[in-house]
Ligand binder design. Structure first.
Ligand SMILES: Cc1cn([C@H]2C[C@H](O)[C@@H](COP(=O)(O)OP(=O)(O)OP(=O)(O)O)O2)c(=O)[nH]c1=O
Length: 188
């Protein structure tokens, strides 16, 4: 079966590769505009639109996988930081507290479409301004929801998590497994 990952995220590509699957990468051109306050509806909607965009582009009988990740705290949705100041404000906001990471995941095959999500609680240590500034200098916050990468230096700031680790990195693989099984597809 042909599999297409509708994502340009190097992390998602790596996580899918780790499952020993052969797949093509076709990034979507869907423009994410944060216009919903409900984090679950937002990530499900974005994942669906990314998958749909690629399905229309490839016009092929392939299994399409798309995902979208955001950070959420106190009613605020954090996407990718636009610049250093934005990254600083996000990290300051997350410092010393718990937040949620949501990933929406959408799988399309023929006329089937399943959309689901995963949520992980992440507990950040208290960060000094100096630590935040150092972290921004590493450039790691850019291109990451909430301005951090748990799989990199950002892991130094994480006290503990409650939920799926892979969800935080952008692809909840156990949720993907559930969806594929629900579709009656045998990949493993
Ligand atoms: C919180 C967190 C996010 N991230 C990343 C995962 C996602 O790539 C990114 C959120 O952006 P997304 O919009 O979900 O994805 P993307 O733009 O990178 O890729 P595409 O739309 O083509 O699929 O943040 C980490 O790598 N580590 C983390 O700890």
């Amino acid at each position: 079966m042909k599999i297409i990952l509708a994502s340009s995220s190097p992390r998602r590509i790596e996580m899918l590769k780790n499952l020993n699957l052969n797949f093509d990468v076709v990034p979507s051109d869907f423009k994410e505009e944060i216009n919903l306050n409900d984090p679950i509806e937002l990530v499900k909607n974005f994942a669906y639109n990314k998958a749909l965009d690629v399905k229309q582009k490839v016009n092929d009988e392939a299994l399409i996988i798309a995902a979208d990740t955001i950070v959420y705290k106190d009613g605020r949705v954090l996407g990718k930081p636009s610049d250093e100041e934005d990254a600083f404000n996000m990290l300051k906001f997350l410092s010393g507290d718990r937040h949620e990471v949501y990933t929406g995941i959408c799988v399309m095959f023929r006329n089937d479409c399943i959309i689901d999500y995963s949520c992980t609680y992440v507990y950040f240590k208290e960060l000094s301004d100096l630590q935040i500034k150092w972290y921004i200098e590493t450039n790691e916050p850019f291109g990451k929801a909430g301005a951090y990468a748990i799989q990199g230096f950002g892991g130094l700031f994480v006290e503990k998590i409650d939920g799926c680790y892979f969800n935080v990195v952008g692809l909840p693989v156990s949720k993907l497994y559930d969806i594929i099984n629900r579709m009656g597809i045998n990949l493993f």
